[in-house]
Ligand binder design. Structure first.
Ligand SMILES: C[S@@+](CC[C@H](N)C(=O)[O-])C[C@H]1O[C@@H](n2cnc3c(N)ncnc32)[C@H](O)[C@@H]1O
Length: 173
């Protein structure tokens, strides 16, 4: 009997979490047209060669569950705080922050409402080309002049990268 109760509780949580994942995914995809996917480990491994300066500030447009940001924190001691609008990604990201003892936070907020882009030394993007195109003018016009943009897998349309790592990671100034 106890076994059946425990099994039912576990099953309930699995169904609840799966439903929560799909509803959050659909909601944020519907409102932003940007899917919640995360940087792959093999892409992060290439970025170990980036030689970024320690203790600088980084923002990820947009962060998902913060996987890339935790990598930058671990590898280069970069500081970050950032936003996503996918509830599941945020909840999962906060849990991973706790498990991995990351001191940073993820907030549920629409990034386009934040105006202080010039506050960051590095900007990270992992977005499909059509979204890169959408944010290109805004990012280059609002970033600080020395900010370096690190783009995973995809290139901006109007700007040329000053460095390319393994045909995968593009750096812009
Ligand atoms: C490709 S994922 C980001 C993955 C993350 N950069 C990484 O590398 O692990 C894109 C995320 O952007 C979020 N997003 C899209 N538009 C947004 C907006 N206007 N404000 C905040 N987050 C947004 C989506 O919810 C999605 O989780």
């Amino acid at each position: 009997m106890i076994g059946i109760i425990i099994l039912s509780i576990i099953l309930f949580f699995i169904i609840f979490l799966t439903a929560y994942y799909f509803v959050s995914f659909a909601k944020s995809l519907f409102s932003t047209k940007v899917p919640y996917v995360w940087s792959f480990q093999r892409q992060l491994d290439i970025m170990k060669d980036l030689n970024l300066q320690e203790w600088k500030k980084i923002v990820d447009l947009w962060c998902g569950d913060g996987k890339a940001l935790r990598f930058f924190e671990k590898e280069f001691n970069l500081k970050w705080t950032w936003y996503d609008i996918n509830s599941f990604a945020i909840l999962y990201g906060k849990l991973l922050n706790k498990i991995k003892k990351s001191k940073n936070n993820i907030y549920k907020k629409d990034f386009t409402k934040i105006k202080n882009l010039d506050d960051f030394d590095y900007i990270y993007v992992y977005l499909f080309p059509k979204f890169m195109e959408k944010i290109e003018d805004w990012v280059f016009e609002n970033k600080w002049k020395n900010t370096i943009i690190i783009s995973n897998s995809f290139q901006f349309k109007k700007h040329k990268p000053f460095k390319i790592l393994k045909n995968k990671i593009y750096l812009y100034k």
